[in-house]
Design a protein around this ligand. Structure first.
Ligand code: CP
Ligand code: NVA
Length: 310
């Protein structure tokens, strides 16, 4: 039993077994096997923000593994009227076996974990989106056959996705370049932590503002929205800051000829990515979305059963 608040909660030694387990669960689920891994287990979904993919994939994964999900929108809980997170945590953990939480502030998910006797899974906070990167690593591994030594370039906001990507790439032994404008770099502490991991795995990490250099020869081009949930008031300023940080066909031409293009979705066509690239033959976005189900299944098994596979 363990919480997954940060991608750093997955060790270097656990990483490949976890990705392989997600792959194995993918084939079991797709072939319609009746899995009982989460038999009699209840998984809560506590969401402070909207979600299409994370909520549905975690609910579906819970059901596919034989468990039952309970969805709780924070706007319908007493939290909305000021009940403290620590009280909410101590009460809810008595009803369920794990909780996926999507929150505004990372401190909230950390506090839920501190005051719960059950594993808490971060389903996105302002700092990280670790489970997204578990499934994204599966997607890259499936399409490229390896992760070690690959050049993954992220273009755009140094946000929760970029932060978890730095940790995921360094853990996998892949190289990561984050191209972002000044003032929108990834979190300094996460970069420091990722660099420490990279020293062990042989991965190389770089943060730059040069999009063209970053895209040159990349095996993977990844982007995310310029305005994350909770940042709506900064939209105008951000539109200006991120001009030029778009994945389009010109940028794609600089990458490796077999490069894949990734987006965690939802996408804003014409902003961080063009319609042509998102719908084009290099796009992995739809496989990425599908794989969230299998990443979720492997993460739930690790969190609730405390093991990876048998
Ligand atoms: N990629 C992702 O987390 O999507 P949702 O916001 O729809 O969950
Ligand atoms: N950075 C985005 C990711 C959405 C899945 C956000 O936080 O809104």
């Amino acid at each position: 039993m363990r919480s997954i608040i940060s991608f750093a909660d997955i060790s270097v030694g656990e990483f490949y077994p976890l990705i392989n387990r997600a792959k194995e669960l993918k084939s079991k689920i797709r072939s319609g096997q009746n899995l009982k891994i989460l038999n009699n287990k209840i998984v809560g979904m506590l969401f402070e923000k909207p979600s299409t993919r994370t909520r549905a994939s975690f609910e579906a994964a819970t059901l596919r593994l034989g468990g039952s999900p309970i969805y709780m929108a924070s706007s319908e809980l007493q939290m909305k009227r000021g009940e403290p997170v620590k009280d909410t945590a101590r009460v809810l953990c008595g009803y369920m076996n794990a909780m996926v939480a999507r929150v505004f502030e990372n401190e909230t998910v950390a506090e839920l974990s501190k005051y719960s006797s059950i594993p808490i899974i971060n389903g996105l906070s302002d700092l990280e989106h670790p489970t997204q990167l578990v499934s994204d690593m599966l997607t890259i591994y499936e399409l490229k056959g390896r992760l070690k030594g690959l050049n993954i370039t992220y273009i755009g906001d140094g946000d929760n996705i970029a932060n978890s990507l730095l940790l995921a790439a360094s853990t996998a032994g892949a190289n990561a370049t984050i191209a972002c404008p000044d003032g929108y770099q990834p979190d300094k502490e996460i970069l420091k932590k990722s660099n420490a991991i990279a020293r062990k795995t042989g991965s190389r990490l770089l943060v730059t503002d040069n999009v063209k250099e970053a895209a040159s020869g990349a095996d993977v081009l990844y982007t995310d929205v310029w305005v994350s949930m909770g940042e709506e008031r900064e939209a105008k300023k951000r539109m200006k800051a991120f001009r030029g940080y778009q994945i389009n066909s010109k940028i794609l031409q600089l990458a490796d000829k077999d490069a894949i293009v990734m987006h965690c979705l939802p996408a804003h066509r014409g902003l961080e990515i063009t319609d042509e690239v998102l719908e084009g033959r290099h796009s992995a976005a739809w496989l990425q979305a599908e794989n969230k189900l299998y990443g979720a299944a492997a993460v739930l098994e690790l969190a609730i059963c405390g093991k990876i596979g048998r």
